[in-house]
Ligand binder design. Sequence first.
Ligand SMILES: C[C@H](O)[C@@H](O)[C@@H](O)[C@H](O)C(=O)O
Ligand SMILES: [Mg+2]
Length: 463
Amino acid sequence: MTQQQEVTIVRYEVCDIRFPTSKHLDGSDAMNKDPDYSAAYIIFYTNDPTLEGHGMTFTCGRGTEVCCSAIEALAVKFINTPLSTLTADMRKTHQICTGDSQLRWIGPEKGAIHLATGAVINAIWDLWAKHEKKPVWKLIVDMTPEEFVACVDFKYITDALTPQEALEILKANQATKAQREVEMRENGYPAYTTSAGWLGKETVIDRDKSGRLTHHGSLFFMHTGYSDDKVRRLCREAKAQGFTYFKQKVGGDKASDIRRAALIREEIGADGVLMMDANQIWDVQEAIDWMQDLLPFKPLFIEEPTSPDDVLGHATIRQALHPHTKVATGEHIQNRIIFKQLFQAKAIDYCQIDSCRVAGVNEIMAILLMAKKFDIPVVPHAGGVGLCEYVQHLSLIDYICVSATIEDRVLEYVDHLHEHFEYPVVIKHGSYVAPLDPGYSITMKRQSIDDYSFPNGRIHKTN
Ligand SMILES: C[C@H](O)[C@@H](O)[C@@H](O)[C@H](O)C(=O)O
Ligand SMILES: [Mg+2]
């Protein structure tokens, strides 16, 4: 590339990357019994060999190939496009993916095609931020309110939030932005841990030659959870690292939920904050009934008590459990429209945005703004691979530009697979340290991409 040439996307590579985490049932919960933390991963290559855009969407193993094919269908649209064309109008760039008149039929704005959109849009943000030599959060924090609003697609949400209202929210925070940025650089963003509370049984029964649970795992899987000793040890370790918020998986076996809630409460003390996550296992009334036995342990919230599509069901559960506990959801909320309804229906107390279930950074910006308007704290989801790396940027954007508060807000942290990233997250005294490397922190090490590529990577061949 010569000095005068514009940075232009010239080709892309899509990788199906799977980590066999189900072997130890890390990451498991009442619904996801044997997750293999995986990434449908894209690299945009440019005419500058030193500049690449990386993005991914998180999956649980089988089906990653479906997201990879959807990524291919979208990525091809960006070949031979100069980066400056994409960044001059990020709303339009987002709409290139969400508004394709044929691909739209397999969404719209939901499911595998939307997960793929998340990967592609995030890769473009990564490329832009690397080009600007800034982390993504800083690229956005440095935008004027007008530039911020220009990234957002307001289609289908103007009945809840107009562009003018969004502008007012951002303008009101403009004068104090710099001081919040300094505070974040100094103290980082407070985190909570899920790593002590996975539901997976430690001893694994019945595996085939590739190390997978046979019969899809479920038939031979007992919901007994990590051993009590392991839970105690992990709680103590997390406490020693400075964590004060802990999440426990529930919804497998009630007696074991109660026993583990008691021991976690004992370990974290009355001042520690306990959260519970049911991963959609219950019907509406079942959620209300089951929680009665867990309320004595004073959970801050119950996460994903039922189907993510059931807006009114969440509202019913919230009303029934109020004021004893609150309701959180978001990791499976498919787009800004369902978030809008959850807010309008007063169905949730915490908004758990997921960085690549929705269409990446642009749609997240819309959801942050709506959450602010409805006064709902944003507590991002990060259980999975790469999600901690992504969401640290989003919480910084939320605090510095949008919500302007960290009260009642914590960012999820899980201690898995960070070693595979070039710029892994750093946790200090129970907080995320603000990332300073250029990009979206999602660049995976080449060796890891090759080793864990499915089905031909070294790890899958030798297992
Ligand atoms: C399969 C995954 O690990 C989920 O259990 C995880 O995302 C979880 O719901 C969470 O809140 O972190
Ligand atoms: Mg969850």
